[in-house]
Design a protein around this ligand. Structure first.
Ligand code: KE4
Length: 433
């Protein structure tokens, strides 16, 4: 680190954050950016390219967040920036169908096994919100099952925690959500078969859908136990409920067809986002045609969006997805993830640290505790003080990991072997107490 860099307080980031707080709630447009989980203040980014971001004070860092998933090729890849520049010359938004929408829908249908029809939206939240409404409209049922620690965006009926009578109804997980909304959502612990079996035994024919992150990435990176996804598939099919995979994080990141391709478990509906937009605001939801045809204008379930299918965002997403598929992108992402994992496992073994590490492809999470990672309860047993120290020591040495122990790290195709080796050097220092 250059010693002439401004101190944190006098930095331009600090001045910008003070100015931001005067006009933006919490100084941020999304809470996780406020660095509250690491008791600090955020830096502001001036530019980003490849595996690195540069803050407004000129500090360069290797980025393991990639704008929370979308930057799978790395930041500002020319294949996307050139496309955006070219397409934007012909118009930014029409509110009228454009050819890029058809190309994107066809690509999603070709890549994601369970998706026969798809509707574009502008965020992951819109995707899950619309999928839930569609499931309720299609089944004529009201109850939804979700899992504690799984995040599906800020949807009223999904910002719900396990209620006191956990099995009967949920409790709002945010102010501003009527208890009546939460009452129709049941929040269960992930990876505990008995609990989901009990819920279906009690409410089977009232349940419209089960929604989950099949590989859960919003409580650290928590994987389903063997057979658990198939159990959810069997129970929902048996009781006429829909199975919704929220693959906003994992879709197009872990494989062309996401987790459903990796596991062979096929949902009825899938929510998508992040990678699909190449860094521009895009979400999507899709699935069985007989379900999707219940959407307006053909069907009774209303769903809409001024900027949905926006030509510039569609073109950016298509450029990213096609580039990703070329040059063996998924195999290269997995090789980068393997290099980081092997190096990190070696470090925690050498240092005798009782930490756990989960990694699939380019997604990873280091858990600062030795509890077996079953669900969010296990993650909460971690040593968050140790995590916080690790975060700031990494940042001071030029590596940006998620500012929360409840997040997942991401590699991109721009992370070189030397980036990863440099990161492991930094991790080695940052793991020392
Ligand atoms: P957005 O509305 O933020 O585009 O997507 C919501 C969403 C839905 N489903 C899953 C599985 C998600 O991970 C997300 C959003 N992820 C967070 C990262 N943990 C976005 C970061 C943020 O909230 O600023």
């Amino acid at each position: 680190m250059a010693s002439d860099l401004p101190t944190r307080q006098s930095s331009l980031s600090a001045r910008l954050f003070r100015a931001a707080r005067e006009v933006i709630p919490g100084g941020v447009n999304s809470p996780v950016r406020a660095f509250r989980n690491v008791d600090g203040e955020p830096f502001f980014v001036r530019r980003a390219r490849g595996s690195r971001i540069e803050d407004v004070d000129g500090r360069s860092m290797i980025d393991y967040i990639g704008t929370w998933g979308p930057a799978i090729l790395g930041h500002a890849p020319t294949v996307i920036t050139n496309t955006v520049h070219e397409v934007a010359k012909d118009g930014l938004s029409f509110g009228i169908p454009n050819p890029f929408e058809v190309e994107m829908a066809r690509l999603i249908v070709d890549w994601v096994p369970s998706v026969e029809k798809v509707r574009m939206v502008n965020s992951g939240t819109e995707a899950t919100m619309s999928a839930i409404r569609l499931a309720r409209g299609f089944t004529g049922r009201d109850k939804i099952i979700k899992f504690e620690g799984h995040y599906h965006g800020h949807v009223d009926s999904l910002l719900v925690a396990a209620g006191s009578g956990a099995l009967t109804h949920g409790e709002p997980d945010s102010a501003g959500i009527p208890r009546s909304f939460a009452a129709e959502t049941i929040a269960l612990p992930f990876n505990i078969p008995e609990r989901i079996e009990e819920a279906f035994a009690k409410f089977g024919d009232e349940i419209a859908a089960v929604i989950l992150e099949p590989f859960a990435a919003n409580a650290g990176f928590v994987l389903p136990h063997e057979g658990y996804l198939q159990l959810l598939r069997d129970l929902t099919a048996r009781h006429g409920a829909l199975l919704i995979f929220d693959e906003v994080m994992t879709g197009f990141r872990l494989a062309r067809g996401g987790v459903q391709e990796l596991t062979g478990v096929t949902p009825d509906l899938t929510a998508l986002g992040k990678v699909i937009g190449g860094g521009l605001p895009v979400g999507a939801f899709g699935g069985r045609a007989d379900i999707m045809d219940h959407l307006a204008p053909d069907g009774p379930v209303y769903q809409a969006g001024t900027l949905s299918g926006n030509p510039v965002a569609m073109a950016a997403g298509l450029a990213q997805l096609r580039e990703l598929e070329k040059n063996n992108g998924y195999a290269r992402l997995d090789a980068a993830g393997r290099r980081l994992e092997d190096g990190l496992r070696k470090l925690i073994d050498e240092k005798g640290l009782p930490y756990r590490l989960n990694r699939v492809g380019s997604m990873f999470c280091l858990f600062f505790g030795d509890a077996e990672i079953v669900n969010v309860d296990s993650v909460q047993q971690g040593d968050f003080e140790a995590f916080k120290q690790f975060f700031w020591k990494c940042l001071e040495r030029g590596v940006y990991v998620a500012p929360s122990p409840y997040e997942t790290g991401f590699l991109s195709l721009a992370h070189s072997d030397s980036d990863i080796d440099e990161t492991l050097e930094v991790f080695s220092h940052a793991l020392d107490r």
